[in-house]
Design a protein around this ligand. Structure first.
Ligand code: IVH
Length: 715
């Protein structure tokens, strides 16, 4: 990470000549960061470092206004569009916000507003405060209440047309209710929830693709996919917080307009608050700072806006930002602590991951004790692109390190204080043998790039207890066999006692360990023992895609498992084909390799899996215990809703209305728009109103969305 301004002179000490050179240098550096942030989705500095550069630029310009460059960063927002998408000129520019870092900056902002408006210090002045979402801004244009275009900010004046992609985002309505004006541009932030970001990275890693650094880059990269179906597969969210062109504003205040947006079907940040004084606004900032870690999405500060729109209008803009709003940024969350040790974890596919054990330290309100060290190179100070990280400094036990919890939820070690390194500290030696089973550790050579893989793997396969236990955890996990009561801890215990070694053992456990005996074990009782066996028995039948996913084959995550299930239809067709595909000349291989979405690396991994005798033995035993359902389209006549009349009402979260309708119809149901005594079933989401009352009146069964998925067997 670049060190900024550390060695540079304070602005007050610059000569005019130095100031001119500094402005030129800053313009270039900021433009480079803008490009990496906006176009490549790959920033190389933190927001705080970037803000420092911009602030320095502004400070120098304030001291030497005559030196201000025509192309000054203070006149520009972001970077020009990348050119892959068509360009859209914004009807009203999408500008940026000025930043405040200290409470005094906020007080100064409010005082400035009052001075400008000639509002006395004691007179009321409502300020709307809300979290500053760390995503990317998007403008949505509705004409005659239909979404006609969606565009990114770009350079503030011209953005990229991402309409098709925006349409796949569930928080973005396709049409607005009658109350909305003829023309309205709703603006807000596209972002990704931490949990969705983690799941996306898991999927990418499984598919052997590059993972994404943080949720903001995840949101930006997902929104700017050329293929909208890729965007659709990535769960993006949207908060509305401002607007562009509007033919008739629905209110006279900022908070009123946002309330109208909400009533039109947009999501508005629920934490938004109208504050009556500077003290209240700062209190809000502190509260949000405390809640930050638990929000489930990244924010990088708080935004304050003058509530009354007539006052906003009077205040107007200065260069790139409104005079009526300011962003109060959070300080980057960093803290120093000691690296006490480096442990190696062995994963399901044998990957050895070094984990830093830290002297516990609070960073931004959260106690951090571990930090991922990714891989051997990372410990040595080499990044995934082969370039040095931490200026090439390697990590040694006993080092004093700087921990950062930035937008990222996973804490990172961003720096080492070499002056504090204990005498005689030795470079860390990465194990050449698996710390669990002592098998050899290898770093494979990527056949595509010819480069050594950054991941070191244990070659022990199922001989390695760490790998086999991780495989079992995966097998029983939610999206695989989903065996309730058989979580990570239970599997570790059964595995340690040699009661479960392969998946089939799960299903034969009750024969070897009757419920009465299990009930005697620590952590169990008569009821929980009975429940565990009931939930195991409840999973003796499983859809093909879940079964394939459960096998834990390298590179085969849920997406690939579904592709394979759809392509082969039944397990009886799948397994022999995978065995036959071992011959690269065979038709089976070319069939597998030609499935859209399944590349060489994935195909190879599946074939390798089936080529192992011990895997086939484990499968034979497992197939004696479970039945794998074919993936064919569900037979409408046997569907639980065939012939029924179903009504969907309220908001649905896992599917759009259209999807729900198509799904119900595929299952042989009729979908109606209103509830009558002929209705068989009402599926009601949050916010359901009169239809729910009608259902009560006619005594119609009501279930929620989750109930629907359970009913049709997809729960
Ligand atoms: S209001 C005239 N409100 O921050 C600009 N912006 O640094 C009005 N942002 O471009 C923007 N959360 O991408 C506003 N609650 C919020 C925001 C927010 C995030 C972003 C937005 C904007 C940038 C400004």
């Amino acid at each position: 990470m670049a060190k900024i301004a550390a060695a540079e002179k304070p602005v007050e000490e610059l000569t005019k000549k130095e100031a001119a050179a500094e402005l030129a240098r800053l313009a270039e550096e900021i433009a480079g960061h803008d490009r990496r942030y906006y176009q490549d989705d790959a920033p190389t500095v933190t927001d705080a470092e970037y803000d420092t550069l911009r602030r320095r630029n502004l400070d120098i310009e304030a001291r030497f206004p005559e030196l201000k460059l025509e192309e000054s960063p203070s006149e520009r927002v972001g970077a020009a569009p990348t050119g892959r998408f068509a360009k859209v000129r914004h009807a009203v520019p999408m500008l940026s916000l000025d930043n405040a870092f200290a409470e005094e900056d906020v007080a100064e902002f409010l005082a400035r507003v009052r001075r400008f408006l000639r509002v006395a210090e004691e007179a009321p002045l409502d300020i709307v405060a809300e979290p500053k979402i760390d995503g990317l801004s998007l403008t949505l244009r509705y004409e005659k209440r239909k979404l006609v275009s969606a565009a990114t900010r770009g350079d503030g004046y011209e953005g990229e047309n991402v309409t098709a992609n925006a349409r796949t985002i569930k928080d973005i309505p396709d049409s607005l209710p009658k109350a909305a004006p003829d023309i309205v541009e709703v603006r807000g932030e596209v972002y990704m929830l931490h949990k969705d970001f983690a799941a996306l990275n898991e999927r990418l890693a499984e598919a052997g693709q590059k993972t994404i650094a943080n949720p903001r880059n995840g949101a930006a990269g997902s929104l700017r996919q050329i293929d909208p179906s890729v965007t659709a597969s990535r769960p993006l969210k949207f908060f509305a917080y401002t607007w562009g062109e509007v033919s008739k504003l629905p209110s006279e205040t900022q908070s009123g307009v946002l309330a109208a947006f909400e009533s039109w079907g947009f999501k508005v940040n629920p934490l938004m608050r109208v504050c009556r004084s500077a003290a209240e606004a700062l209190e809000f900032y502190r509260e949000i700072g405390e809640k930050r870690a638990r929000l489930g999405y990244d924010i990088d500060g708080v935004v304050y806006k003058v509530d009354r729109l007539d006052l906003q209008e009077r205040l107007g803009f200065v260069s790139r930002s409104p005079r009526w709003a300011i962003a109060h940024k959070f300080a980057a969350e960093q803290a120093q602590t000691i690296l006490k040790g480096i442990d190696i974890q062995v994963g399901r596919t044998g990957a050895l991951t070094p984990v830093a054990r830290l002297e516990p330290i609070t960073v931004g309100g959260v106690v951090v004790t571990n930090a991922t060290l990714h891989n051997e190179d990372y410990v040595r100070g080499i990044g995934s692109d082969g370039e040095p990280i931490r200026e090439g400094r390697d990590l040694r036990i006993g080092d004093t390190v700087t921990i950062q919890r930035a937008g990222d939820v996973i804490p990172q070690i961003v720096d080492i204080d070499l002056a504090k390194r204990p005498k005689g500290a030795e470079p860390y030696v990465f194990p050449t043998e698996c710390p669990v089973c002592a098998s050899k550790v290898v770093r494979e050579v990527n056949p595509k790039t010819g480069k050594r893989d950054s991941v070191a793997r244990c070659t022990g396969g199922l001989v390695c207890p760490a790998q086999s236990v991780e495989k079992l955890k995966h097998f029983a996990s939610r999206n695989a066999f989903d065996i309730e009561g058989l979580g990570d801890k239970q599997i570790e215990a059964f595995h340690a006692e040699r009661l479960i070694a392969t998946p089939a053992d799960i299903f034969t456990l009750s024969k070897r360990l009757p419920a009465a005996d299990l009930a005697e074990k620590e952590g169990y009782g008569a009821v929980s023992a009975k429940n565990l066996y009931a939930s195991i028995d409840g999973r003796r039948t499983i859809p093909l895609h879940r079964f394939i996913y459960a096998l834990g084959i390298r590179h085969v995550g849920e997406t690939n498992a579904k592709l394979l299930a759809r392509s082969y239809g039944t397990y009886d067709a799948f397994q022999p084909a995978m065995i036959a595909a071992a011959d690269p000349e065979s038709e089976a291989w070319s069939e597998l390799d030609s499935i859209a979405g399944i590349g060489d690396v994935v195909a190879r991994a599946i074939v390798d899996f089936y080529a192992e005798d011990h895997n086939r033995e484990a499968l034979d035993a497992l197939l004696k215990e479970v039945t794998v359902e074919p993936a064919e389209a569900i037979d409408a006549s046997s569907s639980p809703v065939a012939g029924q009349t179903v009504v969907f009402t309220g908001s649905l979260e896992k599917m759009t209305r259209d999807e729900a309708k198509a799904m119900a119809e595929r299952l042989g149901a009729k979908v109606a728009g209103s509830v009558s005594k002929k209705t068989d079933l009402v599926v009601a989401g949050p916010g359901a109103g009169s239809k729910l009352k009608d259902a009560e009146k006619h005594g119609v069964k009501v279930i929620d969305e989750a109930g629907w998925f359970t009913l049709i067997g997809k729960g």
